[in-house]
Ligand binder design. Structure first.
Ligand code: DAT
Length: 178
């Protein structure tokens, strides 16, 4: 594997998809293998209280998107960042060199969300979100179609394969851009 020097330009990667598809698992492991920075937008919002209300229907706080963008801008300009969020239409398009949309089949996702404590409408809405490929549609409307890739995320084997593929992609990007 090529040695990456810190001063080299590094890509920014967006990992998106329905809650439970495996963004955090993949993102953290990828950051550790690639020596990149992992950013979980949900956590950043929580830590900084970057909310502008509470959505009663979906039982979750409403993200203050402008403040999230202000908070992340400097880190994104520096490069080498992996961003994890279950939404993608409000980030500046220029931030990302590649977008991966993780996809999980209903049987697996149902079990993961149930064990996370999701029930009733919240569970159904998230399952439906995945079946209707809402995040994939959002991604291809928000970024150039050529940089948006779907990755199956059902099994530990999928996780390994995705890690390998993204590591290869990063290596190629580094060669082409440095
Ligand atoms: P997300 O960050 O998209 O909400 P997560 O990384 O927290 O998802 O993963 C949800 C659960 O699923 C967690 O218990 C780990 C498990 N998981 C993630 N990716 C997986 C995969 N490829 N195969 C099996 N389980 C996976």
């Amino acid at each position: 594997m090529a040695v990456w020097i810190k001063s080299m330009g590094r890509p920014n990667i967006l990992l998106t998809g329905t809650p439970g598809v495996g963004k955090t698992t993949l993102g953290k492991e990828l950051a550790s293998r690639a020596g990149m920075t992992y950013i979980n937008v949900g956590d950043i919002a929580k830590e900084g209280g970057l909310y502008e209300g509470f959505d009663e229907e979906y039982e979750c706080p409403i993200l203050d998107e402008d403040r999230v963008i202000d908070e992340l801008e400097d880190k994104m300009s520096a490069g080498g960042v992996i961003v994890d969020y279950h939404g993608c239409d409000f980030f500046p398009e220029r931030w990302f060199h590649v977008v991966f949309v993780l996809r999980t089949e209903t049987v697996f996702l149902y079990e993961r969300l149930q064990s996370r404590g999701y029930r009733g409408k919240k569970l159904q809405d998230n399952i439906q979100c995945e079946i209707f490929q809402t995040l994939y549609e959002e991604a291809i409307l928000s970024y150039k179609k050529e940089i948006v890739h779907q990755l199956p995320s059902n099994t530990p084997e999928d996780l390994e394969r995705n890690l390998d593929q993204i590591m290869q992609w990063i290596e190629q990007w580094m060669e082409e851009n440095n």
